[in-house]
Design a protein around this ligand. Structure first.
Ligand SMILES: [Zn+2]
Length: 355
């Protein structure tokens, strides 16, 4: 069932509608960030088509066909020759290809064309996934064109990529594009917790640090994230508790140091979550509802001194600055101005507008 997959409810609706009307295109292109479940959605399409006891045209998730489609026989060796073959699932109509090294190869596309031209062996439709489709080069892309243009009605190709700009126009124009959105922190946290993938106490922090990707939540660098939180907590304390403007300017300085250049917006995100948390505490919300639950002690102290109407204004100011970042403002000047403006407590007009 699509409902068992995390997030992207709009994509679920689109795919369900295609299945329900019998108009699933022969060639689909799943586009979206790494680690948000594109492969699982593709396999779910294959299950819906081949399930033995479908429920309202969706896969039951329990029959033997449903189970076997999720069992992918990845080669166990690192020998790239083994990765040049079609990688079959335990269902004889569902397979995939992945790039053995940096490119998807012509012979892999020929294998897909050959297999796509066979009738289904045991189910109702053959489904082939082309993972990392951005690794098609001119030759392999050309080898794919014919079957992509007119796949037999019982075969479906699903190309998957996080870098659609790398695909040739001839490929793009032959596929129906399905765009996946990044997952929300709540969706990621739910997934991590339900599947017991991380220590429950870190699930919320990881979800928050993941920028929409389950893969990043699992591999994420908690150390960096914790350092960011510590730095932004210092800002909030200087604003709320000590009214320490010198500290605010030092923090603004640090935020703009070269080593943190890439982290600038992440740090603004973090600052926002800390303000929201302290704000919620000041309004009497329980600690369990905080994003930064593990920092509750510090945040309680800040929340006690915080004026809730100021918190609302601060979040608006940060959002305002974020908007300004899209155009080319001087970040250092803007950060100084932001922090001092926040400290002054005056509700902002658009301050950093470019002349
Ligand atoms: Zn089933």
């Amino acid at each position: 069932m699509f409902e068992s997959l995390t997030g992207n409810s709009r994509v679920k609706e689109v795919l369900k509608r295609m299945l329900a009307t019998g108009r699933l295109p022969g060639a689909l292109l799943f586009v979206g960030e790494e680690g948000i479940g594109k492969r699982l959605f593709a396999l779910e399409v294959a299950r819906a088509l081949n399930c033995r006891t479908p429920v309202e045209l969706e896969a039951c998730g329990r029959c033997s066909a449903c189970a076997r489609i999720l069992q992918i026989n990845y080669p166990t060796s690192v020998d790239s020759d083994d990765w040049k073959q079609m990688i079959w699932t335990n269902h004889r109509d569902v397979g995939m290809v992945v790039a053995p090294k940096r490119v998807l190869r012509v012979e892999q596309m020929r294998a897909i064309e050959r297999e796509a031209n066979f009738r289904p062996v045991e189910g109702k439709a053959r489904v082939f996934l082309i993972d990392e489709a951005d690794k098609l080069n001119d030759n392999s892309a050309n080898a794919l064109l014919k079957v992509l243009e007119e796949p037999p009605s019982t075969s479906h190709l699903i190309l998957i990529t996080s870098r659609p700009a790398m695909l040739l126009p001839t490929i793009l124009s032959r596929c129906q594009l399905i765009r996946f959105a990044p997952l929300s922190p709540a969706e990621i946290e739910g997934y991590l917790t339900k599947n017991k993938l991380v220590d429950p106490s870190s699930a919320r922090i990881r979800a928050r640090a993941a920028s929409g990707s389950i893969a990043r939540a699992l591999s994420g660098d908690l150390q960096t994230f914790n350092a960011q939180r510590k730095a932004m907590l210092t800002v909030l304390e200087a604003l709320v508790v000590s009214d320490n403007r010198a500290q605010l300017l030092r923090s603004a300085e640090q935020l703009n140091e070269a080593q943190f250049k890439e982290e600038f917006e992440e740090r603004l995100d973090v600052l926002e979550t800390l303000i929201r948390d302290a704000w919620m505490l000041s309004l009497g919300s329980p600690r369990e509802q905080l994003v930064n639950e593990d920092l509750a002690n510090d945040l309680v102290a800040i929340g006690k001194k915080m004026n809730p109407s100021k918190a609302a204004a601060w979040i608006l100011e940060i959002e305002d600055m974020r908007e300004q970042l899209i155009v080319n403002i001087n970040k250092k000047v803007a950060t100084d101005a932001l922090f001092l403006q926040m400290a002054s407590g005056v509700i902002p007009q658009k301050r950093f507008s470019v002349k």
